[in-house]
Design a protein around this ligand. Structure first.
Ligand SMILES: CC(C)(COP(=O)(O)OP(=O)(O)OC[C@H]1O[C@@H](n2cnc3c(N)ncnc32)[C@H](O)[C@@H]1OP(=O)(O)O)[C@@H](O)C(=O)NCCC(=O)NCCS
Length: 160
């Protein structure tokens, strides 16, 4: 698989799984009805460094962004987001992409990374913990999950 920085022309190949993941409304805090134009503005914002993963057939199977989580004197704390095409999950793509983005964040001079809202029922919590992220706290009952009802949102942090 190839992990590279995204170009604008990649967006139409990100959107199908972006839409599927956000419409499922079980991992992200974005509106499940987010339009394609609004989604592109969110994911491909100029302030974000965006990455994509191509598999051996050239299919675009995942994307991630890296950006500053705060501004001014706190601008050295990063935030990132990850999406793997649900049809390609569980094959190590997410872990490889996360390793790549963490390395990129260190290279950019970030000192830590924060995830602001990790749904507590998301299997990704285990993935992030395996990278050394810790749960700083949990906003209780914040997220209306389609199957689990109201669940908490973890704030997770890792020093880089
Ligand atoms: C979270 C996500 C990026 C993981 O990507 P992935 O390619 O499926 O993950 P990997 O195959 O690299 O697996 C990573 C680890 O997580 C675990 N894992 C991943 N998805 C899992 C699932 N649905 N159920 C249980 N465990 C899971 C695996 O056991 C694996 O552990 P291992 O590396 O020790 O074997 C992907 O599932 C995704 O895009 N989810 C929807 C969006 C999302 O939740 N993003 C993160 C928001 S915080």
């Amino acid at each position: 698989m190839l992990i590279r920085e995204a170009v604008a022309q990649d967006w139409p190949r990100i959107w199908p799984f972006w839409h599927r993941i956000v419409a499922a409304a079980d991992t992200y805090t974005w509106d499940p009805d987010t339009s394609e134009e609004a989604a592109r503005a969110l994911w491909m914002a100029p302030a974000k460094r965006v990455y994509v993963v191509e598999d051996d057939t050239g299919a675009l199977v995942a994307s991630a962004y890296l950006t500053a989580n705060y501004g001014g004197p706190a601008a050295r704390i990063a935030n990132a987001g990850f999406m793997v095409d649900p049809d390609q999950g569980g094959r190590g793509i997410g872990r490889a992409l996360a390793e790549h983005v963490l390395d990129a964040a260190r290279a950019e001079g970030y000192r830590g990374m924060v995830f602001n809202a990790v749904v507590e029922t998301n299997p990704a919590v285990k993935l992030w913990t395996s990278f050394g992220f810790t749960i700083l706290g949990t906003v209780p009952d914040a997220y209306a999950h389609p199957r689990h009802g109201r669940v908490g949102l973890h704030i997770m942090y890792k020093t880089l």
